[in-house]
Design a protein around this ligand. Structure first.
Ligand SMILES: [Zn+2]
Length: 282
C-alpha cells in the first residue's frame, strides 16, 4: 500500500468525525474502497451467472409441471383412496364369510336338535314311569330353548350380512369408478410425459452440470429456495429493487451485490439477488 492511499484512509477517519468535511474527497475515498474490495475479495459474478442460468432451466421445468397440472397429485391421492377402499372391502368380505360360516353351523345344529326332539317326542310316550317321562320332557325343553337361541342369533346374523352386502356393493362400485378414473389420469399423464420427456431429460442434464460445479452450501441454498419457489430462486436487482418481491434493497447491500462480493439473498423474499449489470444482454 503506498503513502498517498494511507493518507486518504486517514483523511476518511477525520471526515467521519467532522461531518462538514468537503465532498470531493469523500468521493475519492469511496473509489478507494471499491478498488480495494474489488482486488481482495473473491468475485462471485461467475457463480451468480450460473445460478441465473439454473433459474432459467428451472423456469422451463416449472412450465412443464404447469402443463401437467395437478395430475401427478391427483394420481397419488386416487391411489391412496383406492387402497383404503380395497382394505375395507377385504375386511368386510372376510367378516361376511365368517358370519355365513357361523349361520351354516347354527342351521346344521338346529337340524340335529330338531331330529333329536322328534325322536325324544316318540320316546316320551313309551316312558315306563312318570319320572322317565318328566326327564325326557325336560330334555326336549332344553333342546327347544337351544333351537330358539340359535334362531335368534341366525336372525341377528342375517341382519349383519344384509348390511355388509349392501356396503360391499356400494364400495365395489366406488372402487371401480376410482380405478377407471385412475386409469384415465395415468394414461393422460403418460402421454404428457412422452410429449415432454426429451425436453425434461435435456434440462435435467444441463441442471446437473451446473449444480455439480457449485459448492455444497450454495447447492443446498439454491435447492431450498427452488423447492418453495420453483424457477424463481434468483431475482434481479433493478433500480434498487428486488425483481422477485419488488421490495427495496438497502443501498450499501446494493453495492455489494453489484460487486458480486458474495451471494446475497433478498431480506424480504429470500431469493438470491443478482445485479442487472451482471446479466449479459441477450
Ligand atoms: Zn425479494
Amino acid at each position: 500500500m503506498d503513502e498517498s492511499n494511507d493518507n486518504t484512509l486517514n483523511d476518511s477517519e477525520g471526515l467521519n468525525e467532522e461531518p462538514e468535511g468537503n465532498e470531493p474527497e469523500e468521493a475519492n475515498i469511496y473509489e478507494y474502497f471499491e478498488a480495494e474490495i474489488a482486488s481482495n475479495k473473491p468475485n462471485f459474478s461467475k457463480t451468480l451467472l450460473s445460478l441465473y442460468e439454473l433459474t432459467k432451466i428451472d423456469q422451463e421445468l416449472a412450465e412443464i409441471d404447469e402443463e401437467k397440472g395437478d395430475l401427478p397429485f391427483r394420481i397419488e391421492s386416487l391411489k391412496e383412496r383406492i387402497s383404503v377402499i380395497e382394505k375395507h372391502l377385504d375386511e368386510d368380505k372376510a367378516k361376511l364369510k365368517n358370519f355365513e360360516a357361523e349361520e351354516k353351523t347354527l342351521l346344521k345344529e338346529n337340524k340335529n336338535l330338531d331330529d333329536k326332539t322328534t325322536k325324544y317326542d316318540e320316546q316320551k310316550y313309551k316312558a315306563k314311569s312318570n319320572k322317565e317321562y318328566d326327564e325326557i320332557t325336560k330334555q326336549i325343553d332344553a333342546m327347544i330353548e337351544s333351537i330358539q337361541k340359535n334362531e335368534a342369533r341366525i336372525k341377528e346374523l342375517k341382519g349383519y350380512q344384509e348390511n355388509l352386502v349392501k356396503g360391499i356393493l356400494e364400495m365395489s362400485r366406488n372402487f371401480e369408478e376410482l380405478k377407471n378414473e385412475l386409469k384415465d389420469d395415468i394414461s393422460h399423464l403418460n402421454s404428457l410425459n412422452k410429449q415432454f420427456e426429451e425436453e425434461e431429460v435435456e434440462l435435467t442434464e444441463k441442471r446437473k452440470v451446473i449444480l455439480d460445479n457449485l459448492d455444497e452450501n450454495l447447492k443446498s441454498l439454491y435447492e431450498r429456495i427452488n423447492g418453495s419457489m420453483k424457477g424463481e430462486a434468483t431475482a434481479i436487482v433493478r433500480k434498487g429493487n428486488c425483481s422477485g418481491c419488488y421490495n427495496s434493497v438497502p443501498p450499501q447491500r446494493e453495492i455489494e451485490i453489484r460487486m458480486a462480493e458474495d451471494v446475497f439473498t433478498c431480506q424480504s423474499c429470500g431469493r438470491i439477488l443478482i445485479d442487472e449489470t451482471l446479466i449479459p444482454s441477450s
